[in-house]
Design a protein around this ligand. Structure first.
Ligand SMILES: Nc1ncnc2c1ncn2[C@@H]1O[C@H](COP(=O)(O)OP(=O)(O)OP(=O)(O)O)[C@@H](O)[C@H]1O
Ligand SMILES: [Mg+2]
Length: 357
């Protein structure tokens, strides 16, 4: 309708369904004729390198719309200037060049200004084509602060001009603070829906319904046991559902099947979901997380964690910061520390039974 809409940044712990939601929204948007761009921010690639090739494709598509052709072509010139200038700063930036750059258009060499000019041109082309461009960006917490700031600033400018270009992002809970640090007005520019575990009622549905649809029932006690064990976390529900299905010989699935499934699900998670994260940690980081686990699920005061390790909280600051950067923990409020992976405290106690000090 041409009205403006706030960008959306979904935040939540590991495995709650952010990526599933992001992709569902994207396919819904595509079905409505919206141009979408899907990127995932990994830990080691720059935003311009990720964004430029996708913006190019969107601009090429828009250039096929008669009413938008000139604007989209100007967008491609902006992209050429953007790539040519910023390549020096971002060596991983590579994109096909379709038209010659236009002097002064997105070629200042300053990411914030150039990205703004490029996104504005894209927005103008989308508007002329009576459509919208939506950026779907996953794992946003891994963007570098200045790159995130540039993206926020470009979106802000486009929103001010009522251009139909917007962002749907997803990331770990630390995203809220990262956005605020990058640009203080970010909290007004974005909605931050919190994606959390399912309620017990929803979790029960998620377990019972798909089985019922193919003629298999759960004993009530069995389904309730899964809800309790998984605490309603979508990824765990998926794992428990699979193992319960595999363990049961016939319908209905019984409590004894679920008991067996729990052992197998925990073993499978320990081998994969938890393990890959554990393997990326240094020995000191492992020790820190093990100390947290000693205190239970959390959140915990930094001072309490330090006490367990017989250290001063200040001395552990850099360690804590690197764990936040790796996406293992986050700070729900000042001085508090919590795991980003549900049930990680239980895993830490299993894999490191002894607390070393
Ligand atoms: N709506 C859903 N329907 C069915 N399964 C779902 C749904 N949402 C989540 N799941 C299950 O949970 C798993 C994790 O979901 P997803 O990958 O979206 O989590 P995430 O929040 O992106 O996690 P991460 O922070 O680790 O990227 C999925 O692979 C799937 O098994
Ligand atoms: Mg995800």
């Amino acid at each position: 309708m041409g009205n403006s809409a706030k960008s959306v940044l979904m935040v939540g712990l590991r495995g709650v369904g952010k990526t599933v939601l992001l992709d569902q929204m994207r396919s819904d948007a595509e079905r409505l004729g919206v141009h979408t761009i899907r990127i995932e921010a990994p830990e080691n690639r720059s935003l311009p390198a990720l964004l430029a090739p996708k913006l190019r494709l969107a601009l090429l598509r828009l250039s096929h719309v008669e009413a938008a052709r000139d604007y989209a072509q100007r967008g491609l010139r902006a992209l050429a200037g953007f790539a040519k200038t910023l390549k020096l700063k971002f060596n991983d930036l590579e994109v096909g060049i379709d038209l010659e750059p236009e002097a002064g258009l997105a070629d200042n060499g300053d990411l914030e200004g150039d990205l703004t000019a490029l996104m504005e041109q894209t927005g103008v082309a989308a508007k002329a084509a009576s459509t919208a461009v939506v950026l779907f960006v996953d794992e946003l917490q891994y963007l570098k602060e200045d790159e995130f700031a540039a993206l926020i600033s470009a979106l802000h400018r486009c929103a001010q001009q009522k251009l139909p270009i917007t962002l749907v992002g997803a990331g770990l809970p630390q995203l809220l603070a990262l956005a605020g640090n990058a640009k203080s007005y970010a909290e007004r520019l974005f909605d931050f829906p919190q994606i959390g575990p399912l309620t017990p009622g929803e979790a029960l549905q998620a377990i019972v319904k798909p089985a019922q649809e193919i003629g298999v029932d759960y004993e009530q006690q069995a389904a309730l046991a899964i809800v309790t064990e998984t605490k309603g976390f979508p990824y765990f529900l998926q794992e428990w559902g699979k193992h319960a299905w595999d363990c049961a010989q016939s319908s209905p699935i019984r409590l004894s099947d679920v008991r067996q499934a729990s052992r197998e699900a925990v073993a499978a998670l320990d081998e994969s979901f938890f393990r890959v994260r554990f393997d990326r940690l240094t020995p000191k980081e492992k020790q820190y997380l093990r100390a947290m686990a000693e205190l239970g699920q959390g959140p915990h005061r930094s001072g309490d964690i330090a006490n367990i390790l017989h250290k001063r909280a200040n001395a552990l600051g850099p360690l804590r910061a690197s764990l936040i950067l790796k996406g293992m923990i986050w700070s729900p409020s000042h001085g508090d520390t919590a795991f980003t992976v549900p049930l990680f405290h239980e895993f830490m106690r299993r894999i490191m039974p002894e607390l070393e000090k």
